[in-house]
Write a new protein. Structure first.
Lengths: 320, 838
């Protein structure tokens, strides 16, 4: 019951925070001058008339009301005005078309990165200060020090161009669950998860090393558990309390940080779209994508908090 | 101790392995010999083997109908799925060789072009006594069909134009038909119908009578200041004075300073928003108004210059527009408000036929109506967007695959009338065009080397390695990149950019730039440029007359950059005298550090005397960029070094610093016009057959010029104007730049109309204008833009000599050295990666 109330409260707060953030985004972007791209021989007044008909020159609060009303009553998030490739097109359609690759790349990145990262971390902790630990730690250090864009270029150059193990770019088509499609996504997935792997490994090693030296581990061993059993049942579970939220937050971070990777591997995702919408001041695209990333971030925060309770039953959210 | 060594050894081993892997993969480079590839001639569309042209784009076309877009990327698809009424073709000599620079105009989707002015005289705004140039009948082929076999007639074009100009859609492209190269009668009135807004009273009312006193509202405020009360309407005087985005306060201050404006800001504010009737009814206001009018008025109707008026465009039926079906179902008639001459004296097609009437928009009516969404304001239409089923083709190719943000494929449209025509024999060998979206150039470059795409633009990072490749070619464009300097005086600050207001300072900046060196360092595929119009501008298309090759244009450059014309006609450039104007022009570089330093000192002394510069002050100039990159940094460093050299040994030595200003890619021009940064690298292009229009519209017209704070009316030119037969000549005619431009282009507000004067006279005026603008140093030409590219081994253009009208012949004339199967085998044979260095 405590948890239920807590979740409701957090959801309510999340909704309020979301609305405030979106309100700020809406007002700030509408305060910027309206960009009009009128070249030689183009009637500027006609462009203005078009924008006026769309309500661009209405007072901001009127625009806000119309914007919310359109979304609620018609599911209409607006039409692209300056977005290259999407001018005069519904922004929602464009968003929905381009969301799956972004989500898939990030899911694959997490699915591959988490087990490898945790595995390496556990292994390094168990082999603390041995050569295996040093090799892993050095690798982790290198991976953390180098930004993912560098891996992306290296992976593309070495594995896609020189060795030709993978295609240079994501395969065409919308059938996202074929072997060919998965293979074509792998370079991008690897580029994105290498940093995460290093992060997971380093964190897991640090947490597990500390837990392994705890007195309760000694107790577990003395009551007859093997080292593996004690590590798996007691040490790992305790170590996961701070690690699991990190996985979720890493997922969110990766989701919002894949713009450049999408560009390099020609992935038709929403990452670049967000960046472009800011550059070209396409209000409707900007607001939809801002809403998406804000919502993902806020939801992840809630999930992280709630996850504590599931991982460690001693933690009771909302309990007095 | 052993553990420490173990740790060090492990780290070292890991690092060595990682480095070894990277170095190993990047260092190995196989020595190769040039490939032995024979260039094959095109076998045309009848060849049954498979030929796929693989290409890439950094921006995928999204709208594939010219009703709704004029975006260059969108035109990639539109160009293939539409046909031309009249089109350019290569000119061949007696041996069947292409004549360099030559062209012919041929019929394609149309079979006839007829001047029918007399047939429609007295209708559609055509004067009853007009005889030519105002109405044209285009006879369409009778076998035009959509890709599903549906026939196309003139009525389809008329329907499309009714949608193009529909006030329900308000398509931006509608203005192509009333503010572009020609004006279709009533096109603007049709699209504006029902719209009400505040417009400048001068353009709406034209002739002043006291009857309109209650209808006209006084305002000197800017569009943004009038946004709420007057829908952003501004008075004519603003445009006339080039006041642009100046606020009311700035405008009044500028008028007081420059034009002895008799009123104060408070007095102007008293009149703001009042009708002339209200002003006249109040003795105080009327006195203010009379004073203001007395200051301004020299001709009748200039009362209107201070006012805006509310106007509603009347409802109109499309039948009143000068675009209709003629005497039979395949005859399309266009009635114009100004004359065009697309036919020569023999009635044959002239270059203007393919230039003005290449094509008109066309949509498939049933599909258009099906996709129309009337619930939105303005209406929207998904025609030509999102999916293959939303478009129809009447060109040589049809869209068969489209994935947003990924790829599109065009395949041969078997219904196209051209397949089977003699004039297209041995052309259109390409069966399929597959375009992949690749936003990152480096990815495209690797894809090109793997044989996956058949051509690529050369990036500055590799151009030095590939510029001599046999597969490299360089395409000129009409663009001249200039450095524009902030001219908005209100944004000047002491210790920052105030030195820009001094002519000598700007001249010194210009003189400090070695343009050849800039191209070598920062833009290897470009060529140094000293004028606003480059070699791509023709003043006489029919006879291949290039403006830059004329004596007038050469004189313009010589005068602008300080050469002295001697009495015997020779020219002195620096200390050398040249008898030949070509040699003199070749000696001009625009680069003179010694003179730059003198000018710097001159500017310093003037600024110090005026209190704008104090010894020790910094000069900080902001350079607008959208993203920081190695290429941008190279340019900034070049300019910084050049400016440092120009100040060496002067009191301004080491004082100039160029800082980055992160501008918005969407709003960069407006930001510059507002004076938010000091240096913009920009340029205008297009209109290659009308240098008169481009120079005036880009450098003089207030709505376009980057030198927003500079007033072209502050520059006067005195020239002799020689008229042709039946035309008046003038001696020592003095006018402002704005007036000269209006006269040269034959604009309605010009004092004279020189549009149809002898070409020599027009060139004299154009050259004088160019010199005068160059000598303001607000816009400093730097380079003529060329784009370097590599063509893959698989395909070849018919020629690599660029032709203004035909480019390189495009897909139409493209030939294949390998069919698809052969190409795959060739790439495999070469180890999967192709070498383009030789």
């Amino acid at each position: 019951m405590y948890m239920f109330k807590y979740i409701l409260k957090r959801l309510g707060l999340m909704l309020m925070t979301f609305c405030i953030i979106m309100l700020i985004c809406f007002v700030l972007i509408k305060l910027l001058p309206i960009p009009i791209n009128a070249g030689l021989g183009v009637d500027r007044e006609l462009i203005e008339a078009n924008l006026r008909a769309r309500g661009y020159y209405d007072p901001i609060m009127v625009q806000l009301w119309n914007y919310v009303k359109r979304i609620v009553t018609e599911g209409d998030f607006g039409i692209g005005v300056n977005m290259p490739g999407y001018i005069n097109q519904p922004v929602w359609d464009a968003f929905v078309t381009r969301l799956p690759p972004t989500v898939l790349i990030n899911v694959y990145s997490t699915l591959i990165g988490v087990p490898i990262g945790l595995g390496l971390g556990i292994f390094a902790a168990l082999k603390k200060n041995k050569w295996q630990d040093h090799v892993i730690s050095t690798g982790v250090m290198i991976l953390i020090a180098v930004p993912s864009i560098v891996y992306a270029f290296l992976i593309q150059y070495i594995f896609c161009f020189k060795l030709q193990w993978f295609p240079l770019m994501m395969a065409t088509g919308t059938d996202y669950f074929t072997g060919e499609m998965f293979l074509s996504m792998l370079p991008a997935v690897l580029s994105m998860c290498l940093g995460s792997i290093a992060g997971y490994a380093r964190y897991t090693r640090a947490e597990l090393t500390e837990v392994l030296t705890s007195e309760f581990m000694l107790l577990a061993r003395t009551k007859g558990l093997t080292r593996g059993q004690a590590t798996l049942r007691h040490a790992l579970r305790n170590a996961m309390v701070p690690i699991f939220p990190m996985i979720l937050s890493e997922f969110v971070a990766v989701l919002s940080g894949s713009m450049i990777i999408e560009n390099i591997f020609a992935i038709p995702g929403v990452g670049m779209m967000y960046l472009t919408s800011i550059q070209v001041l396409d209000y409707d695209f900007f607001l939809l994508l801002s809403g998406f990333y804000t919502l993902v971030g806020l939801l992840a925060g809630i999930v992280v908090d709630i996850s504590y309770g599931f991982i460690d039953p001693r933690i009771r959210m909302g309990a007095r | 101790m052993a553990k420490q060594w173990q740790k060090v050894a492990a780290i070292a081993t890991s690092a060595v392995l990682a480095c070894g892997l990277v170095v190993g993969m990047t260092a190995c480079k196989k020595e190769e010999q040039p490939y032995d590839i024979e260039k094959r001639a095109s076998t045309g569309w009848e060849d049954e083997r498979e030929y796929t042209y693989n290409t890439y784009t950094a921006q995928l076309p999204a709208v594939w109908t010219d009703v709704n877009t004029s975006d260059a990327a969108d035109m990639e698809i539109i160009g293939y799925i539409n046909s031309s009424f009249y089109e350019y073709d290569y000119q061949y000599d007696a041996n069947g060789e292409i004549v360099p620079g030559g062209f012919e105009v041929e019929y394609s989707a149309a079979t006839k072009l007829e001047d029918v002015t007399t047939r429609y005289a007295g209708q559609y705004g055509i004067p009853a006594d007009a005889t030519e140039g105002l109405a044209f009948a285009i006879t369409l082929r009778d076998d035009l069909r959509w890709d599903d076999g549906t026939p196309i007639h003139a009525e389809d074009f008329v329907y499309t134009m009714s949608q193009q100009l529909s006030p329900n859609y308000l398509f931006q492209q509608a203005s192509n038909y009333y503010s572009g190269n020609y004006i279709i009668h009533n096109a603007q009135n049709y699209v504006y119908q029902g719209q009400s807004s505040y417009f400048d009273a001068r353009s709406i009312i034209g002739t002043y009578t006291s009857d309109v006193d209650s209808e006209i509202i006084f305002t000197l405020a800017s569009a943004s200041e009038n946004e709420e009360e007057l829908d952003g309407g501004t008075c004519y005087i603003r445009a006339k004075l080039g006041a642009g985005t100046m606020s009311l306060e700035q405008l009044v201050a500028a008028l007081q300073e420059t034009y002895d404006f008799p009123s104060t800001l408070d007095e102007v504010k008293m009149l703001e928003g009042k009708t002339l009737a209200e002003i006249k009814a109040d003795a105080t206001l009327n006195a203010l108004w009379e004073t203001m009018l007395g200051w301004w008025q020299t001709e009748p109707n200039e009362e209107l210059d201070f006012f805006v008026t509310y106007y509603t465009y009347p409802e109109m039926d499309f039948s009143e527009v000068g675009y209709f079906v003629g005497e039979n179902e395949n005859e399309l008639v266009i009635a114009l408000d100004g004359p065009l001459y697309p036919l020569d004296e023999n009635g044959d097609l002239a270059y203007g036929a393919a230039y003005y009437f290449q094509s008109f928009p066309l949509v498939k009516r049933d599909l258009w109506e099906k996709l129309e969404d009337r619930s939105a304001t303005p209406w929207t239409n998904a025609y030509g967007t999102a999916k293959v089923g939303n478009i129809a083709s009447w060109g040589p190719y049809k869209l068969t695959e489209y994935q947003s943000g990924v790829t599109y494929t065009l395949e041969r449209n078997e219904e196209w009338y051209g397949y089977g025509l003699e004039q297209y024999a041995l052309q259109y060998q390409t069966d399929r065009i597959v375009t992949r979206y690749i936003p990152e150039w480096n990815t495209a470059w690797q894809s090109f080397q793997l044989g996956q795409v058949d051509g690529i633009s050369l990036d500055t990072t590799i151009i030095s390695d590939y510029r001599n490749s046999q597969r490299a070619y360089f395409t000129p464009s009409t663009a001249t990149a200039c450095l524009y300097l902030n001219s908005i005086e209100e944004t000047y600050e002491k210790g920052k950019n105030i030195m820009l207001k001094y002519d000598a300072f700007r001249e010194a900046l210009s003189l400090s730039l070695d343009r050849e060196d800039f191209c070598a360092q920062c833009s290897p595929s470009s060529m140094a440029s000293l004028g606003y119009l480059n070699d791509m501008y023709y003043y006489d298309v029919e006879n291949g007359g290039v403006y830059r090759d004329t004596e007038q244009a050469k004189t313009a450059i010589l005068k602008a950059y300080g050469a002295v014309e001697n009495e015997d006609g020779s020219w002195t450039v620096g200390s050398v005298t040249y008898d030949d104007i070509d040699e003199a022009e070749a000696a001009i570089t625009g680069y003179n550090v010694t003179l730059a330093r003198e000018k710097m000192t001159e500017a310093y002394e003037a600024a110090k005397a005026a209190g704008d510069y104090t010894d020790g002050d910094s000069i900080v100039l902001t350079y607008g960029i959208t993203e920081q990159s190695a290429s941008v940094e190279r340019q900034r460093t070049f300019y910084q070094n050049a400016f440092n050299a120009a100040t060496e040994g002067t009191p301004l030595e080491g004082k100039i610093t160029i800082e980055y200003f992160m501008m918005s890619s969407a709003d960069w021009d407006e930001q510059f016009l507002r004076g938010e940064y000091d240096i913009a690298s920009a340029g205008w292009q297009n209109a290659p057959f009308d240098p008169f229009y481009l120079l005036g519209s880009s450098q003089i017209w207030e709505e376009n010029r980057f030198q927003q704070g500079w007033d072209p009316d502050s520059v006067t030119l005195t020239l002799d104007v020689k008229g042709g037969e039946g035309q008046e000549s003038y001696e020592d005619l003095t006018m402002t730049l704005t007036e000269w431009d209006a006269c040269l282009q034959g604009l309605s507000d010009g004092r004279y109309n020189f549009k149809n004067y002898p070409i020599e006279t027009k060139l004299e005026i154009l050259a004088a204008e160019e010199t005068a603008i160059l000598q303001t140093y607000w816009g400093i030409p730097i380079r003529s833009v060329y784009e370097g590219s590599l063509m893959g081994y698989k395909v070849d253009y018919i020629t690599y000599e660029y032709n203004t009208f035909m480019g390189y012949g495009g897909v139409r004339y493209m030939s294949y050295n390998f069919d698809d199967t052969e190409w795959k085998a060739f790439v495999e044979e070469k180890g999967g990666t192709l070498n383009y260095t030789f």
